[in-house]
Design a protein around this ligand. Structure first.
Ligand SMILES: N[C@@H](CCC(=O)N[C@@H](CS)C(=O)NCC(=O)O)C(=O)O
Length: 207
């Protein structure tokens, strides 16, 4: 089998497992984990990802890293309703995916750490409050887009853009307050996570 997804489900690889299940494609799951015997091993870093991170993808000589880029690649390769129907949609999908990793993810990760990710004694409510405040603007952007798009980001249907952004919004899960003023985001996120492919992928995390 030529398509190999490297990375355990309990990492950002869950985003790619979700995408692969949406597409119904066959792939080998190489469950590379963390640390010196996993994604920091010299062999993995030499052959797959010099950054020492998971996930990564190998596809017949094409080696990729960056979870959201991998999903855009899979969408382009396998097509179907999650993929772009034309350049305008592709542009919007690229915009939302880059937006998710730059505008949303840094604050959402810190919020996650200080609301549920770290042991309680290591959580700092002041950092959580600061990140929650910083998330107001991007969440308002998402809320407005979903209101305008009837619950979807691109093309009036569930696409890789929704999957990529929802995969990042997963970091907000310990802080319901983050979506309290964003009913469209809340409904969209819940619908995305209720999809059979999402449930199957997230179940692999075992949490
Ligand atoms: N922007 C990258 C981030 C990759 C990343 O930081 N992965 C984490 C796991 S979710 C990792 O590999 N951590 C282990 C390490 O850095 O040693 C992506 O979206 O793929």
């Amino acid at each position: 089998m030529s398509l190999i997804l490297h990375g355990v489900a309990r990492s950002r690889a869950v985003r790619n497992l979700w995408m692969a299940k949406e597409l119904g494609i066959s792939f080998t799951h190489d469950e590379v984990g963390f640390g010196p015997t996993g994604c920091r091993s010299p062999e993995y870093m030499a052959k797959i990802n010099p950054n020492g991170h998971i996930p990564a993808l190998s596809d017949d000589g094409v080696v990729m890293w960056e979870s959201l880029a991998i999903n855009l690649y899979l969408a382009r390769k396998f097509g179907g309703p999650l993929a772009a129907a034309g350049l305008a949609e592709e542009g919007a999908m690229l915009s939302w995916s880059f937006w998710a990793v730059t505008e949303l993810e840094p604050h959402a990760v810190e919020l996650m750490r200080h609301t549920g990710g770290k042991p309680p004694a290591e959580r700092d409510p002041a950092i959580a409050a600061k990140e929650l405040a910083a998330l107001k603007a991007p969440i308002a952007v998402l809320e407005a887009a979903l209101a305008k798009g009837n619950g979807f980001l691109v093309g009036g249907r569930f696409t890789v853009a929704d999957l990529n952004v929802a995969g990042v919004a997963f970091y907000l899960r310990f802080c319901p307050e983050a979506l309290a003023a964003a009913p469209h985001v809340k409904a969209w996120y819940e619908a995305a996570m209720a999809r059979p492919a999402a449930r199957a992928a997230f179940a692999m995390r075992g949490d």
